[in-house]
Design a protein around this ligand. Structure first.
Ligand code: CA
Length: 223
């Protein structure tokens, strides 16, 4: 059974989440504030954390930092709105993903499953999507039986996305990865390379199905 720690200070939301998750077979630990959350987490045995950033006692970002010093437990942030700077900052600080309020329950469950799966997965060697197969070990890309040539930058970007299926990766994380420079924050640089990848790998580059943009936040690979 997957144990989920739900951290939320609004009693009605906490109760609704606990009921829904319990009904879907999760073992739910409830925390109405950050201190309780960290106490629960320190007890171990938590498989995934669902974290509201606006808490009465601790800053949500401090909760993420504290959790991260002790473990790699997946953290899904509950966000008041998509694209909020708080959410982006949380992702930059090590949260794995986010869902926006009010919740779409199927989406929330899908995000929880994806985050938990990633944490338990062994290193994958190959990924297939659409009519593309990528061998991550050999660094080869084949589409419809033909090899696709990628530049080193395109490859780094693609690899980062494919190794995190379903996960939102922020612009800052990708830029740091590509440039090795956290101060480099020009998102147009990323847009150029993502567009190039889509032209090479997507059936309809202007309506991508696999290399997806989350406006103002980052990119996500969906198989
Ligand atoms: Ca709150």
């Amino acid at each position: 059974m997957t144990r989920v720690l739900v951290v939320e200070d609004e009693p009605q939301i906490l109760r609704a989440l606990a009921l829904n998750l319990t009904a879907r077979g999760y073992d739910v630990l409830e925390a109405p504030d950050g201190t309780t959350a960290l106490t629960h987490a320190a007890g171990g045995e938590v498989d995934v954390v669902l974290l509201d950033l606006g808490l009465p006692d601790l800053d949500g970002l401090d909760v993420i930092r504290a959790l991260r010093t002790a473990s790699a437990v997946p953290i899904v942030v509950l966000s008041a709105r998509a694209g909020s700077s708080d959410t982006v900052t949380a992702l930059d600080h090590g949260a794995d993903d986010y869902v926006t309020k009010p919740f779409d329950m199927p989406e929330l469950l899908a995000r929880l499953r994806a985050a938990t799966r990633r944490a338990h997965r062994d290193q994958v060697e190959s990924v297939a999507f659409g009519d593309v197969t990528v061998d991550l070990a050999a660094k080869t890309v084949v589409r419809r039986g033909a090899a696709v040539h990628l530049t080193p930058t395109e490859w780094h970007l693609l690899e980062a996305l494919l190794r995190n299926p379903g996960r939102l990766i922020t612009q800052r994380r990708l830029l740091t990865l590509l440039r090795g420079d956290p101060g480099h924050t020009d998102p147009s640089y990323l847009r150029i390379y993502v567009a190039q990848l889509r032209r090479k790998l997507e059936d309809e580059p202007s309506r991508p199905r696999h290399l997806l943009t989350e406006p103002g936040m980052g990119y996500r690979f969906e198989a």
